[in-house]
Design a protein around this ligand. Structure first.
Ligand code: C5P
Length: 297
């Protein structure tokens, strides 16, 4: 028997970052937005843990670990441990989420694995347990469970869905090359922002207008990590400018980068912007959001 669950990529429409806490993590106020680039996870019973990763689309999977450090295996082990079970499974991941960073692909795999193994093993864990495990696995994993649009607080792991804001948004996604380490981007943020407030910047106006089909939300997109990512990868500045020159309403570094996302006016505009960017950048994907997370509701 196999169980298949998919989980979406995320974009941070707003990422407010405060001064580091005593545990080293940064307090966040973020608006997560799930888009229809998916990792599809299939689990089946097996004598030992294993994970295989293959590309679904123009995604380079060569950098994804397939040993015990893979977040999907860690998710599977954590679920078995929490239930006191000595179970193992084979995990197959088909990746449609750029591996380059900033779109929470690893977190999506962990979220999908939790849901898939919960069903395969007929555990009926319930939301509280799944969200608790997800938060332990990584700051973005709980959002992978819910998807759509959600407010993220704490270190990003407390998610609260934003109902009634299902206006379809059109995006172009350009995976940055060379990767960017998330801890390194946060460290650079600390160096560039010595006076960062304890309370991260809140997304009040964005939340107010997110459900309004005619409101122009482009100027309200915001990422406090963008300056740090651009400092570490100056080439991203040229990419953001190229996307806006190609017709996007707004370009933004996604999360800690290096992937950049471009909000476009329509599906046709996103196609045109992607086509123009492909003359200089190897991969430019189109995507729409919001979409549901691994729980599928
Ligand atoms: O939680 P996650 O495993 O995704 O975090 C990866 C790294 O990113 C952390 O070890 C930390 O260095 C940094 N981080 C942070 N503040 C956050 C989230 C992540 O400093 N809110």
């Amino acid at each position: 028997m196999t169980v298949t669950v998919r989980a979406p990529a995320k974009i941070n429409l707003h990422l407010g970052v405060g001064a580091p806490r005593s545990d080293g993590f940064h307090p966040l106020m973020t608006v997560y937005h799930a888009v229809d680039l998916y990792d599809v996870v299939t689990v089946s019973a097996a004598a030992d843990w294993s994970v295989s990763v293959e590309a679904a689309g123009p995604v380079d999977v060569s950098g994804v670990p397939t040993d015990d450090t893979n977040l999907a295996i860690r998710a599977g082990r954590a679920l078995a441990d929490r239930h006191g079970l000595d179970r193992t499974a084979r995990i197959e991941v088909r990746k449609g989420i750029p591996v380059a960073g900033g779109m929470a692909g690893g977190s999506a795999d962990a979220a999908a694995t939790l849901v898939a193994l919960d069903r395969l093993w007929e555990l009926d864990s319930g939301d509280a347990l799944l969200f608790d495990l997800a938060a332990e696995l990584g700051s973005d994993v709980p959002f992978g469970l819910v998807g759509r649009n959600a407010l993220g607080t704490g270190r990003g792991e407390h998610v609260e869905q934003l109902p009634g804001v299902e206006v379809v948004r059109h995006w172009v996604v350009v995976p940055g090359t060379g990767g960017l380490s998330t801890p390194a981007v946060y460290r650079r943020f600390d160096e560039l922002t010595p006076g960062a407030p304890k309370e991260p910047r809140a997304p009040y106006r964005l939340v107010e207008f997110l459900g309004d089909p005619v409101a122009d939300v482009a100027p309200l997109l915001h990422n406090d990590l963008q300056a740090a990512a651009l400092d570490l990868r100056p080439g991203l500045g040229g990419l953001l400018a190229a996307g806006e020159a190609a017709g996007a309403l707004r370009g933004l570094v996604s999360g800690s980068g290096p992937t950049c996302v471009f909000l476009c006016e329509s599906a046709a505009s996103a196609e045109a912007v992607a086509e123009r960017l492909r003359s200089s950048y190897a991969v430019a994907l189109t995507a729409t959001g919001p979409v549901t997370g691994a729980l599928g509701r």
